[in-house]
Every structure is written in C-alpha cells, then in structure tokens.
Design a protein around this ligand. Structure first.
Ligand SMILES: Nc1nc2c(ncn2[C@@H]2O[C@H](COP(=O)(O)OP(=O)(O)OP(=O)(O)O)[C@@H](O)[C@H]2O)c(=O)[nH]1
Length: 503
C-alpha cells in the first residue's frame, strides 16, 4: 500500500500531470526556465535585480512588461550589466535581455513566446556559451496557467524548441501587505490600473482580482511573500497558512525586497511539480492532497483516542486522562489543521435549479472569516449564515443534470464564484481521441464508475473552522432524486445499471 506521508504519491502514475513529450530523449543541456508572476508592484523587478546581482549563473532574460515604456527592461539591463561586469563579463551581456513587447506572455501567440526564447538561445549560441537558466518576468495581469498551457502544447506538438528548454519553476511574488485586502476585493482586473489592469487584454480584464490572485498562488512552485516588513508577525503567519492551504504544493518563503537565497527561488532543477501539471492533473493533485489530509486527521484522532483509552484502563482518574488527551489532540489539530480541506464527492448529477438556489444563498460571502484577521472575523462571524464564509477556496468538477457531455468546473475564492464549462467528460470523448500513453489512459479509466463514466461531483473545500456537515448536507439536497435520476438516464439513454450501483 502506498505511503500516506507524501500525498502526491497518490497521483502516480503522472499521466495527465505531465506533458506528453518523451523526456528520455532530451539532450543533457536543456535550459530550465523560471517564470516570475505577481501583481504590479508586488516586487517582481526587485526580486529579479536581487537574483541577478547575487548569482554567478549565466542568465537569459525575457522581460514582459506591456507598459508603453518598458521600464523593467531598462532597469534589468543595467543590473545585468553590473552583475556581468562584476563577474568579468562585458557590456555585450546587454543582449541577454529580450523584450516581449507585443502583449503579455499569456495573451501572446505561442509562436511569439517560443520565438523570443529562440532568439535568446541564438544569442548565446553565437557567443558559444549557454545559459544556466532563463527567467521570464510576466506582466502583473499575466495568467501563469495560460503560459504553462502554451509550454505543454509546444511539447504535445513536438516543437523542437522544447528539446532545448523546459519550463522548470513557476515563481509567484505576492505583496504580503496587500494580499488579504485583494482577496476580499470585488473589483475586476480592468478597473484596477494600480494592479496593471489597464494592461489586461481580451477577457482577462473582466476577471475578478481575487480570481487572478488565487490563480497566481495556485499556479506556483515557489511563492515569495514579499514586503513582509509591512505586516506584523501574526499577520505573516496567518498569510503563510492561507497561501499554504491554497497551494500545498508550493514552498512559500517570506522576504523583503526580494532578498531570498537564489537556490530557494530556482529550486532543485526538475523537482518542481506545478510547472509540469495541466488543469486536470492540478485538480487531481488537490483532491489527493485533501484526501490525504483527511486520512491523517482520522489517523491522529484514532491514535489519540487509543492513547486515552489505554490511560483510562490503567489509571483510576481515567476521565481526567481522557480529557487531557482530547485537549492535546484538539490543540495539535487546531495548530496543524487550523486550515483544513475536505472533498465533496458524489456520483449523481446536481439538479441545476436546486444548486442555483443554494449557491445564490451562499454567495457572495460578505466577509470571509477564514481569511480576515481574527478580530474582523469574529465581528463578522455572526453577520452571515452562509457556510461559505469559512471557506477560503473551493474548486472542482461538477456534473449538472442538464448535460451528459459537458464537465463543469466550480471555482470559488472570496467574492468570486463561477461554474464554467470545462470541456467534455472523458466518457463522452471517443476512445480514439484519448491520449495514447497507456499510463494516462489508465488514470482516466481509474475515475470511471458504472454507467456514470468519469462524471462526478468532486469539489475540494479549503477553509478554517468550516461547517463541513452543513456544506455536505446542502449540496446533497441538490443532487437529483432517484426519480429524477431515472428521468435523466432515460433522457440520455444511459446504459442500464442498477441505481444501487451508483452510490
Ligand atoms: N516596503 C517594501 N517595499 C518593497 C519591497 N519589495 C519591493 N518594494 C517596493 O515596491 C515597489 C514595486 O516593486 P517592483 O519590484 O517594481 O514591483 P513589480 O512587481 O516589478 O512591479 P511591476 O514591474 O510594475 O509589475 C518598489 O518601489 C519597490 O522598491 C519590500 O519587500 N518591502
């Protein structure tokens, strides 16, 4: 049986979690790329300058600032020159910076993104030296997930550039002093020029600030809690917990002015996981983590109860021993699991109208008690009866009674909530169009159950002091009844199976 110590064991084999390229054929000197994301003003350029001055590595830069005047590129050039000069280099090093002027990296056509990498590699090849690493600094409103998808697509389509580079680490710089405020924000990106909203292109401008904030934290291998000088210790600890809960895969480091060990930011090459995931693999990871946390909680609860029972059997003041053991357990659990996860899962569709009513009653949550500081949380705790007030983040696949083909994705953070079309269930996709890699097919099939195929409710809830029974009960009420399920199956002509098999 797989160890529960490492929750990510349960995602194996990697399948959809890794791009489909044949990595065994890669030449030895593949240049790792680090992508730096973070809102405008979070401290990305400060970090970059810091990294360049403290490392002797040969770095190629792609600076992606869509402001009319690309100040970042100029600042970075200066630093690069100084760093290179210090290391015995020449002003020719200036050429090591490529400006991606035409839009932000996530909106830019893949070709242009890959072309900028190609140009950078050509420069180094002409000089007969190669980069130890390429760093891409994105604009504040860039969507790291979209950029990661471009790299995954390039691998899937066997773009030759992917034999020379690999997306190695996703680094997100968070403005610690502003995070909680932005989490509570109701603004859309386009209305926030202070965050770079005026640079947003296409639909991304209409995204909620909190939605992008959470994406930038989730889509990261390393999260730097910058500007930690602007918060007190309690606030910093709290934020560390929140960020750790939103993305348990990331390593989070507090810092000021981007001062952090280079090795921490770059990580051990090839070890980062998030940079290799796709949306489905990411979801699978979150579910695996939440389930492993639940198992740990249960195991700890069991161990503590066993210890108390033993004490009770051997000690006359058993009640006191049990009370002490319970208290110890609660204290440990509160410290370790003050913020915890659970997965809501079911194998029958939601009745759309009932789900809608519940969601409308739940959202938007005026104040989130899990994220607000303790005093604010306490003051607001009684203000709302929504169980979502204690949920920091919820996300996952939902199956709606109105469609047998389309998988939907539930995404909620702060005041943002959506259920979006996430493509087709694998069961609705012809087998010929499935990935050809056997391990990937096996993982897809492992999620099949009876006539449902991979259709399911699988929503991860992350929060503090959540009323899990209330959330579960209200969602259960939204599931179709037996009669409605029979209708559903008739409507979509699902192959006959006993209803008892569904649960
Ligand atoms: N107090 C404090 N200020 C910081 C810290 N890090 C950066 N700053 C300041 O915050 C401002 C923004 O920093 P930048 O590095 O330009 O931020 P950025 O993310 O690159 O912003 P854009 O390039 O405009 O997207 C600058 O004035 C920095 O000096 C920090 O840790 N503490």
């Amino acid at each position: 049986m797989a160890s529960t110590d490492n929750p990510w064991d349960h995602i194996s084999p990697p399948p959809l979690d890794v791009p489909m390229g044949d990595t065994s054929m890669q030449p030895v000197h593949v240049v790792p790329i680090s992508l730096i994301s973070g809102f405008l003003g979070a401290g990305k350029t400060t970090l970059l300058r810091q990294l360049l001055t403290q490392t002797s590595m040969k770095i190629g830069l792609i600076v992606n600032d869509v402001a009319a005047v690309n100040i970042d590129a100029k600042l970075v050039r200066n630093d690069n020159m100084q760093a290179s000069a210090g290391a015995g280099g020449s002003t020719a090093e200036m050429a090591d910076t490529i400006e991606l002027q035409n839009g932000c990296a996530c909106c830019t056509a893949s070709d242009e993104l890959l072309d900028s990498i190609d140009r950078l590699l050509s420069l180094s090849a002409r000089r007969g030296e190669r980069y130890d690493r390429i760093i891409m600094e994105t604009s504040g409103v860039a969507e790291p997930q979209a950029i990661r998808d471009k790299f995954n697509d390039a691998i899937a389509y066997h773009d030759p550039i992917m034999d020379l580079v690999t997306l190695d680490t996703l680094v997100t710089v968070v403005d610690t002093s502003a995070f909680l405020q932005e989490y509570e924000s109701r603004d859309v990106i386009a209305n926030r020029p202070d965050l770079g909203g005026n640079e947003a292109q296409g639909g991304s401008g209409q995204r909620r600030v909190v939605d992008l904030l959470v994406e930038q934290v989730e889509c990261a291998d390393i999260v730097l809690l910058n500007k930690s000088d602007m918060v007190n210790e309690t606030e910093l600890k709290h934020l560390e917990q929140v960020v750790g809960a939103i993305n348990p895969l990331a390593s989070a480091y507090p810092c000021t002015y981007g001062k952090v060990e280079t090795e921490l930011v770059f990580g051990a090459s090839g070890q980062a996981i998030v940079s290799k995931l796709n949306t489905e693999g990411h979801h699978r990871g979150a579910v695996a983590f939440a389930r492993s946390q639940q198992r740990k909680e249960q195991a700890e609860g069991g161990a503590s109860a066993a210890a108390a029972a033993t004490a009770e059997a051997t000690n006359p003041s058993a009640a006191a021993a049990r009370a002490a053991a319970t208290q110890r357990q609660e204290t440990t659990a509160t410290i370790r699991f003050g913020i915890r996860n659970f997965v809501y899962s079911a194998r029958r569709p939601f009745h759309v109208q009932r789900l809608r009513s519940v969601v409308l009653a739940w959202m938007p949550v005026k104040k989130n008690t899990a994220v607000s500081h303790a005093e604010v949380a306490a003051a607001n705790a009684s203000a709302s009866t929504s169980p979502m007030k204690a949920v920091i983040r919820s996300k996952g696949f939902v199956w709606l009674s109105t469609s047998h083909v389309t998988a939907h994705y539930w995404s909620h953070a702060g005041n943002f909530f959506e259920i979006r079309d996430e493509g087709d269930w694998w069961d609705a996709v012809p087998r010929d169009d499935w990935p050809q890699v056997a391990a990937q097919r096996a993982v897809i099939e492992s999620e099949f159950e009876g006539w449902c195929g991979d259709r399911r409710q699988e929503i991860v809830f992350i929060g503090a002091s959540m009323d899990e029974p209330a959330i579960r009960a209200q969602l259960d009420e939204c599931l179709v009844t037996d009669d409605e399920l029979t209708e559903y199956r008739q409507k979509y002509q699902c192959a006959e199976k006993k209803i008892e098999e569904l649960n």
